[in-house]
Design a protein around this ligand. Structure first.
Ligand SMILES: Nc1ncnc2c1ncn2[C@@H]1O[C@H](COP(=O)(O)OP(=O)(O)OP(=O)(O)O)[C@@H](O)[C@H]1O
Ligand SMILES: [Mg+2]
Length: 444
């Protein structure tokens, strides 16, 4: 007889997670508490209990999904449940189904458009953006009389979704259409997981050795220390400026992060007489041929004197473009009247320079401002979060095409000179009377 290998006894927190029938239940906090185990087991128990139940289990990326769920589920379910590798779904003899998926890019959630799941599990929910989560709730519906739709979330603090998870489940701040009684939170602690504590006591020591803020987040499950945001200094109030006509004599340049399947972002920047960078235009396109992007860049720049365009190093990779085999993106751009220069791609250094540019200067004005029409840059810059493995860098799980372009742009400039530490009093300061900004430079 084919049997399931459902070993283990749930700890009290896992039991609480199993018993929750709230429309939204999150199990989160510290690392290693047994959240992923509980998520898998919960979906299997529901599949067995309700014949014909349709369930979807998502992680942000495919490798994470394979490692964390496909492999363990194959071991746990054995041959009692059929696994369809192409569809990544487990079909139970009673007609229930657990489908596994991932949403690496923001738009990947639309793969589930029109699909209907009684239960959706978001593993590492803080890796998902709020708009992905909101879209997925539209796929969480049922026509069954014996079941109400539910979303289950597991999560650790930090990540692009830190803010929405914290708002809904920790701070419990709700907006229109959100009912507090629909949200349940079960805090996780490593010490809840006796199995891991006994089999791998070194793991506790590993977490104890983390830097203070990460230790508090990952060991104690503290949601306040790790907002996760890479650029907390970015604020719309300070950095998004009402547009004004940029004088023709200001130096202008462009910066591009090339992408075809992933978005391609081009930013236009101007330099004020005080050295402030103004990002005044953005082009953000997907699946657009390089020749078309180059033409569009030229059209948008008509009448403007552009000093140079820096681009991501991948623009020089040979990629055998259809109809232009052997050409690289930079060649295509050059042929279409947009010569490119390779950007300085030192990541950590570049992010640091960007941080400096965002900081207010001696006159209180930041070194970089953005016009509101650069919507993708304004949307994605605050979503950047720290890389879990390299705490100086931005996580590569972020939608970073516009910020990358901005980093290239900033790196193409000289650093702003540091303000003098102290200045001897002068009878006459020729700079004191100089206007710090152009006319119309008002904060939005
Ligand atoms: N009740 C249980 N019985 C047996 N083993 C368990 C149980 N709960 C968790 N485990 C095991 O403990 C280990 C850690 O659990 P799990 O991966 O679920 O933790 P986690 O909270 O998801 O960790 P992370 O925060 O790193 O994602 C795994 O090997 C898992 O199989
Ligand atoms: Mg886990």
């Amino acid at each position: 007889m084919k049997t399931l290998h459902l070993c283990g006894t749930p700890n009290p927190k896992q039991r609480a997670f199993f018993l929750s029938t709230a429309p939204h239940t999150a199990y989160g906090g510290a690392r290693g508490g047994g959240k992923s185990w509980a998520m898998r087991r919960k979906l299997v128990l529901l599949a067995l209990r309700y014949p014909g139940l349709q369930e979807l289990l998502l992680r942000r990326t495919l490798p994470e999904l394979e490692e964390n769920h496909v492999v363990p589920l194959l071991q746990e379910l054995g041959r009692a449940v059929k696994y369809n590798q192409t569809k990544r779904s487990f079909l139970f003899p009673n007609g229930s189904r657990i489908k596994l998926g991932y949403c690496e890019l923001e738009k990947d959630v639309y793969r589930y458009q029109g699909q209907e799941y009684d239960v959706i599990g978001l593993e590492e929910a803080t890796h998902f953006t709020e708009s992905q989560m909101i879209f997925l709730t539209t796929c969480n519906r049922t026509v069954r009389p014996d079941f109400s739709p539910r979303m289950y979330y597991t999560c650790n603090p930090g990540g692009p979704g830190h803010e929405w998870v914290k708002r809904l489940f920790i701070d419990r701040r709700y907006g229109p259409g959100e009912r507090p009684e629909d949200y349940a939170f079960i805090p996780a602690r490593l010490t809840d997981n006796r199995v891991l504590m006994e089999r791998d006591p070194g793991y506790l020591k590993t977490l104890q050795k983390l830097p203070e803020h990460l230790r508090r987040a990952h060991l104690e499950g503290d949601w306040d220390v790790l907002s996760g945001r890479y650029f907390p200094e970015f604020s719309r109030r300070l950095h998004v400026m009402e547009p004004f006509p940029i004088p023709a004599w200001w130096r202008r340049f462009r910066a591009m992060d090339w992408g075809y399947k992933d978005p391609c972002c081009v930013l236009w920047l101007a330099v004020s007489p005080e050295g402030q960078l103004v990002v005044y235009r953005e082009l953000y396109v997907t699946e657009t041929l390089s020749s078309r992007v180059a033409q569009r860049v030229r059209e948008l720049s008509l009448g403007e004197k552009i000093a140079y365009t820096v681009a991501s190093p991948d623009a020089w990779q040979q990629r055998g473009l259809p109809g232009a085999e052997g050409d690289c993106i930079a060649d295509v751009f050059a042929r279409n009247g947009v010569p490119l220069l390779p950007a300085d791609n030192r990541r950590v250094h570049g992010w640091q320079r960007l941080r400096e540019a965002l900081a207010p200067g001696a006159d209180g004005a930041p070194g970089l401002v953005i016009f509101p029409q650069c919507t993708e840059l304004i949307r994605t810059l605050p979503l950047l979060v720290y890389d879990e493995h390299n705490h100086e860098d931005v996580s590569d799980s972020c939608e970073d095409h516009a910020p990358e372009a901005l980093r290239y742009g900033v790196m193409s400039r000289h650093p702003r000179p540091a303000p003098p530490q102290s200045r001897p009093p002068a009878a006459y300061d020729p700079f004191a009377a100089a206007p710090s900004r152009g006319e119309g430079f008002r904060s939005l």
